[in-house]
Design a protein around this ligand. Structure first.
Ligand SMILES: *Cc1c(COP(=O)(O)O)cnc(C)c1O
Length: 394
């Protein structure tokens, strides 16, 4: 389109597409090919000498993968993007490409389990130090900044505790100390929150969750400032966390419906949270857009809706949590989230079962904590299933 009027994000998500081929396809094509051909030796030489943008090999670039990464970069208001095989590949490679021995990483304590393992168990192997800070203590984070602090990393809302971090304050701190501000925006998606508005230099995603939205493929993406994404690209084209073109095709098609889906997921989740709030068998219910959420004001400031995850604490601890899971009839018992199908998980008996109760409570995993990923079924059916499971516990 030739006029300069900026397009809305939902239009960008639908209409950003690889240039049409001579087959005149309407839906975006899938370039399932490991390498690309050249007309002659000279064009091949020029491509290898970086004198042309021609595709060479799919570990370096692939039109379908690039379409997906480019679309995410536009939606996240970032200059560039690079797609990888999973959310964890996005997290790990954003560290590996930009940190080196002797650097220090400032990190929020409540974060995705895999990220926590990478930070606390593996970064030390490369001589990278870290400090974990609490979401609620953001006004004191500055005391943990050291002369060698290079990056501030966080996710908001956090998985699974649904803690929120004030992106404006975090962005200001990063700017003041010249830190690379790296945000995992998986739970909100670019349709509910764009961290670049608050100064994020990098925005990463597990595309496996809401972006796919139907539990089919794994994927990840790192978007951000061009100079940083260039470093990520140079590292990844050699280390090889490549996203499959097939998965990229599924994910770029999924982006066409993300706005509609995440809006409905959020509306359904709010209905579920509001109804459960009145349930006497629950200690508490947590959802960013419930006024009872301790950081509700932050949610309203930086998110346009609350997302699809609702958490609650069942009275009766671990045993009650297990009984609740067994009594569900509609909801799926599976560790994924962000699916059209509603999902229940009980972290204390599954993802966090190897930790002691004390370690769990430090990261906000209480014994009866249940995480619901609210799907696209009719919300009354989701509520009915949760309520019948709760009432069968006693
Ligand atoms: C799932 C998840 C990841 C990891 O993504 P994978 O695609 O499973 O590798 C990272 N961050 C958050 C917040 C997640 O929920």
């Amino acid at each position: 389109m030739s006029n300069k009027r900026p397009l809305h994000p939902s239009t960008i998500a639908v209409r950003t597409q690889t240039e049409r081929t001579q087959q005149m396809e309407h839906s975006t094509p899938l370039f399932l090919t490991s390498s690309f051909t050249f007309e002659n030796a000279e064009s091949m030489r020029a491509a290898f000498a970086d004198e042309s943008d021609d595709n060479i090999y799919s570990r370096y670039s692939n039109p379908t993968v690039d379409e997906f990464a480019h679309k995410i970069a536009l939606l996240e208001k970032c200059e560039a993007g690079f797609a990888v095989a999973s959310g964890m590949a996005a997290v790990f490679n954003s560290f590996m490409a930009l940190l080196k021995t002797g650097d220090h990483l400032l990190c929020c304590r409540s974060m995705f389990g895999g990220t926590n393992t990478v930070v606390t168990k593996f970064l030390g192997k490369f001589g990278i130090e870290f400090t974990l800070v609490d979401a609620a203590d953001i006004d004191n984070w500055e005391a943990s900044v050291k002369p060698n602090t290079k990056m501030l990393y966080l996710e908001t809302p956090t998985n699974p505790q649904l803690e929120l971090i004030d992106l404006e304050k975090a962005g200001r701190l990063a700017k003041k100390h010249n830190l690379i501000f790296n945000v995992d925006n998986c739970f909100a998606t670019p349709f509910l929150q764009t961290p670049a508005d608050f100064g994020a230099d990098l925005v990463i995603h597990s595309a496996t969750k809401w972006i796919d939205g139907q539990g089919r493929v794994l994927g990840g993406v790192i978007a951000g400032k061009k100079e940083l994404i260039n470093e990520v690209y140079l590292f990844c084209r050699n280390s090889g966390p490549t996203l499959s073109a097939f998965n990229a095709w599924v994910l770029t098609k999924s982006l066409e419906t993300l706005d509609v889906r995440i809006t409905r997921h959020s509306a359904n989740a709010l209905k579920v949270a509001e109804k459960l709030q009145k349930n006497a068998q629950l200690e508490w219910v947590k959802y960013p857009f419930l006024p009872s959420h301790p950081q509700h004001e932050i949610a309203k400031k930086q998110m346009s809706a609350g997302g699809g995850i609702v958490c609650f604490e069942i009275k009766g601890g671990v045993e009650a949590g297990r009984k609740f899971m067994d009594a569900l009839q509609l909801l799926s018992l599976t560790p994924n989230l962000g699916d059209s199908r509603s999902i229940a998980s009980h972290p204390a008996s599954t993802t966090h079962s190897k930790l002691s109760e004390e370690e769990r409570s430090k990261v906000g995993i209480t014994p009866g904590l249940i995480r619901i990923s609210v799907g696209l079924e009719h919300p009354d059916d989701v509520i009915y299933d949760i309520e019948q499971a709760l009432s069968s516990i006693n």
